[in-house]
Design a binder for this molecule. Structure first.
Ligand code: GDP
Length: 304
């Protein structure tokens, strides 16, 4: 229900555009396919993934020349669900961390402003609610505001935070955080990092160093590298995914601000292009406005 509310804009726009495109038509013809292509691109699905979807629908039309527009919804839905299923294997609805990794270390990456701090706060809150012991690490040492903001979240939800002063070495903060989590017998560690994209080599070196240093404490850390992307920024989100996946091994995605956009299609395109599962979606600014991404619910919300 909250997902529907959160994704209302994406849903209304995608579905109403689609309905308009097929209005008065009984058959899926070239016009309908052209319109569909435009709708997918304008919903931020991305050109490559859009063409893939159109190709597949064309193949179905080739098999059945009289394919009706009523069936188009069903087919489109199947194709999108199929694409999402390639990377988003499960249908999780609960926030969980693997029990065999203690502490489970999540390193969070992404550029400033995408909702990184907020996502960390929301995640920490969910884990804490489950009775898990969470430790935060203020690894974005380049901005005083980043450290302060994370402190605000830590206070709000009542979890410890490890920080140093602005300008200190992020790897050192990461080391302290992981060490402290081990000492406290914590369950989950969430470490923020600076997302300065202006220098690719620097970004790669910095993230590599942070990883290397935390591995002095836990040799297979981080267990998860979560890239946060702003779902309302379309092509920028694709570009950021490209840069971060070049700089480090990203293992999961959080797509934020899907409440404020008519372009939820970015989830479909990014998941397809980068073959990385979307794990969480942000649907508002409040602490509970983070959801575990569920592909079935997501596709439903597009077509309802
Ligand atoms: P950071 O610079 O990446 O750490 O970004 P912040 O976490 O500070 O978030 C930037 C702004 O986006 C803040 O005003 C947040 O409240 C807002 N924000 C974060 N996630 C969401 C979301 O899912 N929906 C909406 N509407 N706003 C969000």
């Amino acid at each position: 229900e909250t997902l529907d509310k959160g994704l209302e804009k994406s849903k209304t726009t995608f579905f109403s555009k689609l309905s308009k495109a097929v209005a008065g038509k009984s058959k899926v013809d070239d016009d309908v396919l052209d319109n569909l292509e435009e709708i997918l691109v304008s919903s931020d699905v991305g050109v490559a993934t859009t063409l893939k979807i159109i190709d597949r629908i064309e193949a179905r039309v080739a098999k059945d020349k009289y394919l009706g527009t009523e069936e188009l919804n069903k087919i489109l839905r199947e194709e999108i669900a199929g694409l999402l299923a390639e990377t988003n294997v499960g249908n999780e609805t609960e926030f969980t961390v693997p029990k065999d990794k203690k502490p489970y270390v999540i390193m969070v990456v992404g550029v400033n402003g995408v909702g990184k701090t907020t996502t960390i706060g929301k995640l920490a809150s969910q884990f804490k609610k489950q009775g898990l012991k969470v430790v935060l690490g203020a690894g974005d040492t380049f901005r005083a505001a980043a450290i302060d903001q994370l402190q605000v979240w830590a206070d709000r939800i009542g979890v410890p935070i490890i920080k140093q002063k602005m300008g200190s070495d992020p790897a050192s903060v990461a080391f302290d955080t992981v060490q402290s989590a081990v000492n406290q017998d914590a369950d989950v560690v969430i470490i923020d990092t600076a997302g300065r994209l202006h220098n690719k080599v620097n970004l790669m070196n910095e993230l590599t160093k942070i990883k290397r240093v935390m591995q002095k404490v836990i040799d297979d850390a981080p267990h998860e590298v979560l890239l946060v992307l702003d779902g309302s920024t379309g092509q920028n989100a694709f570009e950021q995914a490209k840069q971060f996946t070049k700089a480090t091994e990203v293992t999961s995605l959080a797509v934020t601000k899907l409440d404020g956009t008519a372009k939820g299609g970015v989830v479909i395109g990014i998941s397809d292009q980068f073959k990385i599962p979307v794990k969480y979606i942000g649907v508002g600014e409040q602490v509970d406005d983070l959801q575990v991404f569920n592909k079935i619910e997501f596709v439903d919300s597009f077509f309802k």
